[in-house]
Write a protein that binds this ligand. Sequence first.
Ligand code: HEM
Length: 262
Amino acid sequence: MGNHFAKTFSSSLGKKLIMSLTGLFMCLFLVVHLTGNLQLFKDDGGQAFNAYTYFMTHFWAVKIISYILYASIIVHAIYALVLTLNNKKARTVGYAVYAGEKSSPWASRNMGILGTVLLIFIVVHMSNFWAQYHWGGLPYTRYETELQNPENVTITELPVSTTEIMHSEYIDVQNGNQVLIAKDLYKVVYLSFKQWWYVTLYVIAMLAMSFHLVHGFKSGFQTLGLDHKRYLPIIKLLSVWLFGVLIPIGFALMPLYIFFFK
Ligand code: HEM
């Protein structure tokens, strides 16, 4: 049984199955990530964004999902490489190409290049934001909000983290006021997006992501055998409009908005 299981998942079909599951899981992550990051558009000194990242890094369920996400990125990239090398050796097993669809042949032929651009983007992105958050000496900011009158917020920048305040992130209610002390990740994002080359990298990566996802989302469903005629219109609609247009544009607007308007 165990052997059979191992064989299934190391076969070509098994690898494609894993690629579609990890890929679709990452698509789901992107929807959540984009929605959460919309807080960047608020004109509130980063309070909503920092409160959001505080929640995401202090809630155990999110942590578990994060580890599944990191594993997905790695497995998806390695299996893509293995499948590509196998395909070169024997042309008999091709990558799942969406049957009867001619609208994105360019994307389907260039999934490897597009994926490589995305992987480079993710490494740069995570080493800047994620690694900074976890290991960088980030400054802290304190937000005190009157619960009776939530418009009334006092923002105090605390000195760049020292060992005493390293572990003092918290959210609490004190004297009828909500107090949040959080690592100021908003500031890191703001300073990054004030650099033209960073904005350029993001916009190019989002263009690559659009093509990668238009094809990837559809073929994920095809590999899983879920491309039944009845669901095809909705799968097509989501792949083009949600993953090909809305999500990449939504992400690209964040650096552009901060660069030009903040
Ligand atoms: C342009 C808009 C984006 C902004 C402002 C943004 C911001 C951030 C920030 C601040 C973090 C660190 C959060 C933390 O450690 O809790 C993060 C993590 C991450 N981002 Fe983004 N991101 C953007 C786009 C993207 C895109 C397009 C992808 C994927 C292609 C992506 C993939 C990730 C991943 C995989 C992590 C690590 C997630 C985790 O620790 O759970 N991000 N992002």
